[in-house]
Design a protein around this ligand. Structure first.
Ligand code: B12
Ligand code: SF4
Ligand code: SF4
Length: 356
């Protein structure tokens, strides 16, 4: 079997599989592995200790999968969201675009498993292993090597015609091709610095370097703690994740024809403000059990009920939503959230600040 045969097979199935784009590469040491090591040394991973544990396999996949020789890498667009039908029990709280539907850790993983099963049945005798996100793979580097995009100054993988609002998934295979590697996409960032300029928390500490400890996405999704006081007001109205360094990017603006929102804080109509209030009241008053059940199928389950309540308190404080004062007061004695609830209350008691 040749590489061309397998790529034509994937191409023939594209209408059904509907990937944004895809490519392949031989498995070699990631080009940016030393950047990854330096990033870990600086502690920029915060509490995500699994990223350190994954380093040896990220450097050399054969340490875990001895037969892995090559990877087929796939990009899956998440805007507009392909699994939006799943019910997110919120109407207005600001959530990042990738999370506005069913949890991709389920449906995208299953899709990659289906594709692998088919490749296994067509190309018998070879192994195909589907992986995504939480697996020990430096996915952006791998996708760069497979020709899916360049690494932007916001650290995201960007394609000149598809933008960056896509997930990455890969199928490791035992196929050992002699072909030279895929054509790579050059860096089109040029002199632009819009992503660095817009980041509200200064998490992009240099072009292509993100300090996760300052990133709203980390603080509202991955962190199991509470953001320091000095950074809380910079989180603005983000309830889960953040998209600003991507929505401001001219390559996304071009791809999505200027539909993307770049406001630091959303300007809401009175009706929308009311909906936001209802969303956050529900988050603060629901039991942990209820939140776990209601969010189970969504990416927001990653924060857990503690994280969702924490995020609601920050947004209520930043938007000075005084109508929720009673619900905030009810948490003042809470073992883990009490200090934050005091901070939120102090925001509500300050003279009203107009947000932009
Ligand atoms: C930990 C993690 C996070 C952390 C840290 C992110 C970061 N930038 O470091 C947090 C929680 C902040 C986060 C946020 C988001 N994440 Co995230 N995250 C990951 C995860 C699990 C590991 C990434 C990692 O190792 N980071 C450490 C840094 C050092 O590595 P890196 O981000 O891969 O960056 C590399 C390049 O920048 C590279 N580099 C720098 N210069 C150059 C030059 C060249 C030539 C090359 C080749 C490489 C290179 O060096 C780095 C090390 O290799 C990956 C999945 C995976 N297995 O890879 C998803 C992943 C990166 N995340 C993803 C997404 C969608 C997001 C969010 C958009 C979600 C959101 N809206 O809230 C944001 C985007 C924020 C941003 N600007 O990155 C996608 C990215 C898809 C894409 N098009 O790029 C991934 C690939 C998940 C997936 N399977 O689709 N994420
Ligand atoms: S996701 Fe938001 S907070 Fe994180 S680097 Fe991008 S703009 Fe900054
Ligand atoms: S906003 Fe500008 S600098 Fe940042 S990733 Fe996009 S093109 Fe590159």
């Amino acid at each position: 079997m040749t590489l061309q045969e397998i790529l034509s097979h994937i191409e023939g199935r594209q209408t059904e599989w509907d990937f944004s784009h895809y490519g392949w590469t031989r498995l070699e040491r990631p080009l940016s592995f030393s950047i990854y090591q330096d990033w870990l040394k600086k502690g920029m991973q915060g509490d995500m200790s699994y990223l350190k544990d994954h380093a040896p396999v990220k450097e050399d996949a054969t340490r875990k999968w001895p037969r892995a020789k090559s990877a087929f890498v796939f990009a899956q667009a998440y805007y507009p969201h392909p699994e939006r039908s799943s019910h997110l029990p919120l109407t207005q709280a600001r959530t990042s675009l990738y999370s506005q539907g069913a949890d991709y850790h389920h449906w995208f993983k299953e899709k990659m498993e289906r594709v692998s099963a088919e490749l296994r049945s067509f190309f018998q005798g070879h192994e195909f292993l589907p992986l995504t996100d939480s697996s020990p793979v430096l996915e952006r580097d791998l996708a760069y090597r497979a020709g899916l995009g360049w690494i932007g100054k916001n650290t995201c993988l960007i394609h000149p015609k598809k933008g960056s609002l896509f997930f990455i998934g890969e199928i490791y295979s035992s196929l050992d091709f002699s072909e030279s590697t895929a054509t790579r996409i050059p860096d089109f960032c040029g002199n632009c610095t819009r992503c660095l300029d817009i980041c509200p928390t200064g998490a992009l500490t240099a072009p292509r370097e993100l300090d996760a400890r300052k990133c709203i996405s980390y603080l509202t999704i991955e962190s199991r703690g509470i953001a320091e006081e000095s950074i809380r007001n910079k989180i603005g109205d983000w309830f889960f994740g953040c998209d600003l360094c991507q929505t401001i990017c001219p390559w996304n603006q071009k791809t999505f024809k200027n539909q993307l929102v770049t406001d630091l804080n959303l300007q809401l109509t009175p009706d929308a403000e009311k909906n936001l209030e209802e969303d956050l009241r529900y988050i603060l008053t629901a039991s942990g059990k209820q939140l776990t059940r209601d969010f189970a199928a969504t990416s927001l389950s990653r924060s857990g009920s503690f994280g969702l309540k924490r995020n609601a308190l920050v947004v209520i404080g930043n938007r000075q939503m005084r109508s929720l004062k009673l619900e905030v007061q009810a948490l003042l004695e809470h073992k883990k959230l009490g200090e934050l609830a005091h901070w939120t209350l102090s925001c509500l008691e300050r003279p009203k600040v107009l947000t932009s």
